[in-house]
Design a protein around this ligand. Structure first.
Ligand SMILES: [Mn+2]
Length: 275
């Protein structure tokens, strides 16, 4: 495992703050012992923290190539865990992962929003365009993407989803599903691909993750998301990015601690899983 921070929130045009997340998460991570919630010890796992990537002034458009290059340097067999930053973090992450996996990559995008706008708020590098840019620049086929937990859309995004064959599992649908159903749905699509998980913390209901730029009512519970992830343990994993945790908007570290919980459970998935 290799941890990299991307302390950039220029894509959060509504409420920034996510640039502070990588350092805040590192500081708080000492609270957690290296075990999963199922009391499994991570005694065979090596996690190296490579700090934050170097950024130049500007938005992700000015940084996407250098951040992708840095993530691409992750050694074969090592999984990157990328800490955003706003969700434009996923764009260079997907570019790098698609190259690392030689195109054998599927994506689980867990978010209240699909981030599939071509242009949002007068820029191509707002977080509302993050997945669209990642697919374009990474040359990833849209049918390889599953959206989970969505509940806010722009009209163009809905048309893009319908036109390109992206799988959409709304928060409302997911609420009625078991983890096994989700694992079956994803497992039936990815074939021999490895799965990259992109987690926007606003996929959770604001009750569980209030400290984020664009909270949206009606989200997943922490319990639901943990159960979904647990059922994905049989899937070959490519890596993880966790985005949109905004410490200045948080209260009592609730959102940061939720993000850390999922990162630690991801570590548990890798130990049990195939990679
Ligand atoms: Mn979002």
């Amino acid at each position: 495992m290799r941890i990299l921070g991307v302390p950039l929130d220029r894509g959060s045009l509504y409420r920034p703050g996510a640039a502070q997340a990588p350092d805040a998460l590192r500081k708080l991570s000492a609270i957690f012992a290296p075990v999963s919630e199922h009391a499994e010890l991570f005694n065979e796992l090596t996690v190296r923290d490579d700090g934050n990537v170097a950024l130049v002034e500007g938005d992700m458009g000015a940084n996407v190539d250098s951040v992708a290059d840095e993530i691409f340097k992750t050694a074969p067999g090592t999984l990157p865990i990328v800490l955003g930053g706003d969700h434009t973090t996923v764009s260079p992450t997907l570019i790098a992962q698609q190259k690392r996996l030689n195109g054998k990559l599927s994506v689980l995008y867990i978010d209240a929003h699909p981030d599939l706008n071509d242009v949002s708020r007068h820029t191509r590098w707002s977080n509302g365009c993050a997945l669209r840019r990642g697919l374009e620049l990474g040359e990833i086929e849209p049918p390889k993407v599953t959206l989970l937990g969505c509940r806010d859309y722009d009209w163009d995004e809905i048309q893009f989803i319908r036109r390109t064959g992206i799988t959409l599992i709304t928060a409302a649908t997911a609420h009625g599903w078991t983890g096994t159903q989700l694992a079956d749905e994803i497992g039936s699509r990815i074939g021999s691909d490895a799965l990259h998980i992109s987690l926007d913390i606003d996929s959770l209901d604001p009750a569980y993750a209030p400290g984020t730029g664009v909270p949206s009512a009606g989200g997943l519970t922490s319990r639901e998301l943990l159960d979904f992830l647990r059922q994905l343990r049989g899937v070959r994993l490519a890596g993880l990015d966790v985005d949109e945790v905004a410490p200045p908007l948080d209260t009592g570290h609730i959102t940061s601690l939720a993000a850390l919980k999922f990162i630690f459970e991801f570590l548990g998935m890798v130990k049990i899983g195939a990679s």
